[in-house]
Design a binder for this molecule. Structure first.
Ligand code: 5RP
Length: 222
């Protein structure tokens, strides 16, 4: 089975977490794109979506799914999004698609966060995937030096400006054995807008697609 087929299985399983009339948070990426297409073709009729990126907004609108502003929507029933890595506690690395800031906001606004991945994204300890960090452009070098002092190797994501007008540093080598603590530490560095660690607010449900089906994981399962 291809990775895309496994993503499709996870995306299909996410439809059962969506209910008629929901105001739904919708993330970004190839797995979410499959989910959006499925939602449009055979999902329940949602009231509206709050999107985490311009790309997802465009895709939702192309299917005539209403997209609303988070300030108008208030609290969201559920958030569906992918991830670059997930650990057994459902803590995540996200931001491979560069949408981490809006993703974190939408996750925080949602009662439930359902994360959809193929099995290649599941790891024991986060950190093989470079950690995306969104940074205000004027702080880029200063933040990079702080990341080096913490043991990281930051690399500027060339040619990328986020939907918020910022740059992204992809960081390898940083110790993520305690992701909640590292998220807190990095959040305190001026100039960092968002760290792509979703540890304090982890997923509530992880749907893992693979050749054998869909594994449903919750934080207490490990
Ligand atoms: C975007 C993200 C995505 O959820 C993550 O990169 C996974 O993407 P894909 O579903 O394409 O594998 O965090 O910022």
């Amino acid at each position: 089975m291809s990775q895309d087929d496994a993503k499709r299985r996870a995306a299909e399983a996410a439809l059962t977490h969506v209910h008629e009339g929901d105001v739904l948070g919708v993330g970004t990426g190839s797995t979410v794109n499959i989910f959006i297409d499925l939602l449009a073709s055979r999902g329940p009729g949602i009231r509206a979506a709050v999107s985490s990126s311009e790309a997802s907004t465009e895709r939702l609108r192309s299917h005539r799914i209403a997209v609303t502003d988070l300030n108008e929507a208030g609290g969201l029933d559920c958030y569906i999004d992918g991830a670059d890595e997930a650990d057994p506690h459902l803590r995540l690395i996200k931001g491979g698609g560069g949408a981490l800031t809006r993703e974190k906001i939408v996750a925080e606004a949602s009662r439930r966060f359902v994360c959809i991945v193929d099995e290649s994204k599941c790891v024991r300890v986060l950190g093989a995937f470079p950690l995306p960090v969104e940074v205000i452009p004027m702080a880029r070098s200063m933040v990079a030096r702080k990341l080096v002092a913490l043991g990281g190797r930051p690399v500027l994501r060339e040619g990328v400006t986020t939907d918020n007008g910022n740059v992204i540093l992809d960081v390898t080598g940083i110790d993520l054995t305690d992701p909640v603590a590292m998220e807190r530490t990095l959040n305190q560095i001026p100039g960092i807008v968002t760290v792509g660690l979703f540890a304090r607010r982890a997923a509530d449900v992880l749907l893992v697609g693979s050749a054998s089906g869909v594994d449903i994981r919750r934080p207490g399962d490990h």
